[in-house]
Write a protein that binds this ligand. Structure first.
Ligand code: FPP
Length: 249
C-alpha cells in the first residue's frame, strides 16, 4: 500500500474518462489528529468527521457509485474513553434521526453492518426503521459499519456454518467462497473494488477482511475531516490507473 498524495493526481484526467469502482470502502481516519491540531477535544474531530461523511456519501451517490461502505465504529472502539464513545453514539443517533426525518425522498439505501447486540434499544430501533424506510430505494447502498470487525464477522459466519453442519444441513465439501460470502453482513453485495484510507496510516484495521481480498487500497495524506470531493475524485482516478489482475497475469 503506497501513500498517495494529492499532488500525484494527473490534472488532465476527469471522472468522465474513467471506469468508476462499483463498491468503495472508506476508513474514516484522522478525526482525533484533526482535533488535536486545533486544540479541540476529540469529539469535535468526530463531529467534523460526521459532516465530511454526509458530504462524501451524498457526492458518491450523485456521481454514480453503487455501494459505499464506511467504517464508523469498530469492535475495538469501545476501548476509547466513555465520553468519546458517547459522543460517537450521539452522532450516529443524530444522523439516523435526520435520515428518517429529512431524507424521506432520498434514493440512498441505508444498511448497518456489524454486531448490533451492543447497541441500545433506541439505536436498534433507529437502525431498523432506517433500513425499513430505505429498503426499496434504487440508489446507492450505503453500508454503515458500526460495531464492525472483520474477524468478528468471520467468527459469526463460521459459527453459523458449523451449526448448519452439526444439524446435518451442510456438508464440509459444500463450503466454498460463495457460501462464506453469503454468511457475511455484506451478503448479496459485490466485494469492494477500492478502499480509501485517509490520514496516511498503512493498516487495514480489521475492515472488510474477507471482502477486500482483491480491493485496491488508496492511502491518502489528508485527515478525514479535511477530506473533500476532490480527494474522492483523486482516489477514483488513482484506482482507475491500477491494473487489477485478481491473481492472474
Ligand atoms: C477514526 O479516527 C475514526 C473513528 C473511530 C470514528 C469515525 C466516525 C466518524 C467519522 C463519524 C461518522 C458519523 C456518522 C454519522 C456515520 P480517530 O479518531 O482514530 O483519529 P486519530 O487516528 O487521528 O486519533
Amino acid at each position: 500500500m503506497a501513500l498517495f498524495g494529492k499532488k500525484q493526481q494527473s490534472a488532465e484526467i476527469s471522472l468522465k474518462d474513467i471506469q468508476l469502482p462499483e463498491h468503495v470502502g472508506i476508513i474514516m481516519d484522522g478525526n482525533g489528529r484533526w482535533a488535536k491540531k486545533r486544540g479541540l477535544p476529540r469529539s469535535a474531530g468526530h463531529s467534523a468527521g460526521a459532516k465530511t461523511f454526509r458530504k462524501i456519501a451524498r457526492y458518491a451517490s450523485n456521481i454514480g457509485i453503487k455501494y459505499l461502505t464506511v467504517y464508523a465504529f469498530s469492535t475495538e472502539n469501545w476501548k476509547r474513553p466513555q465520553g468519546e464513545v458517547d459522543a460517537l453514539m450521539r452522532l450516529f443517533t443524530d444522523y439516523m434521526n435526520e435520515s428518517l426525518r429529512d431524507f424521506r425522498d432520498d434514493s440512498i439505501k441505508l444498511r448497518f453492518i456489524g454486531d448490533r447486540s451492543a447497541f441500545s434499544p433506541g439505536m436498534l430501533k433507529l437502525m431498523e426503521e432506517n433500513e425499513e424506510i430505505s429498503r426499496d430505494r434504487e440508489g446507492m447502498v450505503l453500508n454503515l459499519a458500526m460495531n464492525y470487525g472483520g474477524r468478528a464477522e468471520l467468527i459469526t459466519a463460521m459459527r453459523s456454518l458449523a451449526q448448519d453442519a452439526a444439524d446435518g444441513k451442510l456438508r464440509p465439501e459444500d463450503i466454498d467462497e460463495k457460501v462464506v460470502s453469503d454468511r457475511l453482513y455484506t451478503s448479496g453485495e459485490p466485494d469492494p473494488d477500492l478502499i480509501i484510507r485517509p490520514s496516511g496510516e498503512n493498516r487495514t484495521s480489521n475492515f472488510l477482511l474477507w471482502q477486500s481480498a482483491y480491493a485496491e487500497y488508496v492511502i491518502m495524506d489528508v485527515l478525514w475531516p479535511d477530506f473533500k470531493e476532490s480527494d474522492f475524485d483523486a482516489a477514483l482516478i488513482e484506482y482507475a490507473k491500477r491494473n487489477r489482475r485478481f491473481g492472474g497475469v
